[in-house]
Write a protein that binds this ligand. Structure first.
Ligand SMILES: O=C(O)CCC(=O)C(=O)O
Ligand SMILES: [Fe+2]
Length: 309
């Protein structure tokens, strides 16, 4: 008797006919048909995540560099909790301006509104490919963008796979760039000191160096996967330390042309509710322009990183 009542209790209880909640979607991570990226479905970030899902996301990020998490509807505290499974929020040194900070640095919000609407940053223009906070002593490990409002056309974001870009360099170029040190100057500092010629792609001796600046390896080693990464932005002002400027500028131009090939890229067309979490240590991201008459609001959290080696 006791035995059979135990069995009765173990039997699944069918939902009442009036139960409005849909069955929970199955958690799934599927690689995209692209040079990088995987899509995540069935994740419910309104609640704390199970350990198995956090581990699966971390592993997938290492393999695919970009995770497109679908169908989220989150208050800021739930978005911040999701991000905090992967690290703490990036805070720059007080004298280093970054996206969303005061012009000379300081007061960086934890959640930045990337938007053409009032209170937002980055407007509606195209953005060239970059890794967030590359120019700081400890660049961001990764960032998350959460789509709240999206335009009907444009405002797509493209990620580039820098691990693949490195792997596909010919052996001679890999030898040539091994051990080179690169300064990536802070574009927010350049905005404060504009040049008549606009934003230079390479600092030549006639241009006074922006300060503070940081020296990092041109080829970095991913701190978690150990993969070699071509750690170079598309248009940010740079300088290879200790080489002849003409040679340095030509080498950088050649490497940029190589890494920006469409076969290293994935372009994301945003839907409301998407969260993209990407690895800044293995990718660049860029955005195309959109019509300023349309509304676009993405909320961004950028995560702390470590000194590149
Ligand atoms: O607006 C975008 O798609 C990208 C903006 C960006 O570069 C960032 O949030 O780090
Ligand atoms: Fe960015």
């Amino acid at each position: 008797m006791t035995h059979s009542s135990t069995l009765d209790l173990a039997r699944p209880i069918p939902p009442a006919a009036s139960d409005p909640s849909p069955p929970a979607a199955v958690f799934r991570i599927a690689p995209l048909q692209a040079a990088l990226g995987a899509q995540v479905t069935g994740l419910d970030a309104t609640r704390p995540l199970p350990a198995s899902q956090v581990l699966a996301l971390k592993q997938a990020l290492l393999e695919h560099h970009v995770l497109v998490i679908k169908d989220q509807q989150l208050e800021d505290d739930a978005f911040a909790r999701l991000a905090s499974y992967f690290g703490s929020v990036f805070h720059p040194p007080a004298n280093v301006p970054v996206l969303g900070s005061d012009p000379y640095g300081g007061n960086t919000p934890d959640i930045v509104h990337v938007s053409n609407l009032a209170g937002g940053v980055l407007g509606h223009d195209e953005l060239s490919a970059h890794a967030d906070h590359h120019w700081t002593p400890t660049p961001s490990s990764g960032s998350l963008l959460y789509a709240v409002e999206v335009p009907s056309v444009g405002g797509d974001t493209t990620w580039y796979n820098l691990a693949r870009a490195y792997d596909e360099l010919d052996a001679g170029t890999r030898r040539e760039i091994e051990g080179l040190q690169l300064i990536t100057y802070n574009p927010f500092l350049r905005k404060l000191k504009p040049l008549a010629a606009g934003f230079p792609l390479y600092r030549t001796p006639d241009i006074e160096p922006l300060s503070p600046f940081e020296v990092h390896p041109l080829v970095r080693t991913h701190p978690d996967s150990g993969r070699r990464i071509l750690h170079l932005g598309a248009r940010t002002e740079v300088e290879i330390v200790g080489v002849e400027p003409q040679y340095g500028a030509a080498l950088i131009a050649r490497l940029r042309e190589h890494l920006l090939q469409p076969r290293h890229a994935y372009t994301h067309r945003w839907s409301v509710g998407d969260i993209v979490y990407w690895d800044n240590q293995a990718t660049l991201h860029a955005r195309n322009a959109f019509d300023n008459g349309e509304r676009r609001l993405l909320k961004r959290i950028s995560l702390a990183g470590s000194r590149p080696f």
